[in-house]
Design a protein around this ligand. Structure first.
Ligand SMILES: CC/C=C\CC/C=C/CC(=O)SCCNC(=O)CCNC(=O)[C@H](O)C(C)(C)COP(=O)(O)OP(=O)(O)OC[C@H]1O[C@@H](n2cnc3c(N)ncnc32)[C@H](O)[C@@H]1OP(=O)(O)O
Length: 179
């Protein structure tokens, strides 16, 4: 088993129908954060990676967070040995609080556009993944957190009445753009 995170090195591969032609991906170009909000452990013997969200306090999905998440999913996608991905949280009581509200409050249309594109990139990457994806929801997961888990093939949620999940963003007056 080995742990990895951070920037991708560019490389080519072709396996199980996954063609990867050294793309300089949008997420990679965007990445200018040094903090690690995502930890990945890949077990070579099972072919399953566990991705832990570790953005305190509540794994809110900021541009940096989404960028790092996408880079790590891309990296696993390019690894022909990785067949499964489990997405879970390192934070107590919270899987993800959804979109980082500070990323959309009082920001320019350009910045909001960049942010929503990153949101779209996240769910497209997970939804379109050729890996088997599982959200192990070990805490509350409102709005964007719920979206993230819905893009996985399977969801398992910890049985705790204090944990909530759902698309509550319209209650906040947030409407997802057309995609
Ligand atoms: C097809 C399209 C479908 C869907 C489109 C998806 C669109 C999504 C829009 C969104 O995601 S908008 C965000 C919606 N999220 C929420 O409404 C979550 C609000 N937060 C909570 O309910 C709770 O914080 C929690 C249940 C996640 C955790 O509760 P608890 O453990 O008691 O922590 P605190 O409430 O004390 O929060 C700690 C800390 O974190 C800040 N925070 C919480 N959520 C967010 C957030 N989404 N963005 C930014 N910051 C957040 C909170 O303000 C506290 O900060 P302090 O500085 O006061 O410590």
């Amino acid at each position: 088993m080995y742990a990895r995170s951070g920037l991708l090195s560019q490389r080519s591969c072709s396996s199980h129908g996954r063609e990867c032609a050294t793309p300089v991906l949008a997420a990679q170009r965007r990445n200018n954060s040094t903090a690690t909000k995502i930890a990945v452990e890949f077990d070579q013997s099972t072919g399953v990676a566990v991705m832990r969200l570790q953005g305190p306090p509540v794994n809110s999905l900021s541009l940096d967070f989404l960028t790092e998440l996408c880079i790590n999913v891309e990296k696993l996608e390019m690894d022909k040995n990785c067949r499964g991905l489990i997405l879970t949280s390192s934070q107590p009581k919270v899987f993800s609080a959804g979109l980082d509200i500070m990323e959309i409050y009082g920001k320019s249309p350009e910045r909001c556009g960049e942010f929503w594109r990153a949101v779209q990139e996240m769910w497209l990457k997970l939804y379109g993944s050729s890996m088997v994806t599982i959200a192990a929801i070990n805490g509350s997961s409102p709005a964007g957190g719920c979206l993230m888990s819905m893009t996985c093939d399977y969801r398992i949620m910890a049985d705790n009445p204090r944990y909530s999940i759902g698309l509550n963003e319209t209650q906040l007056g947030i409407v997802a753009p057309f995609w």
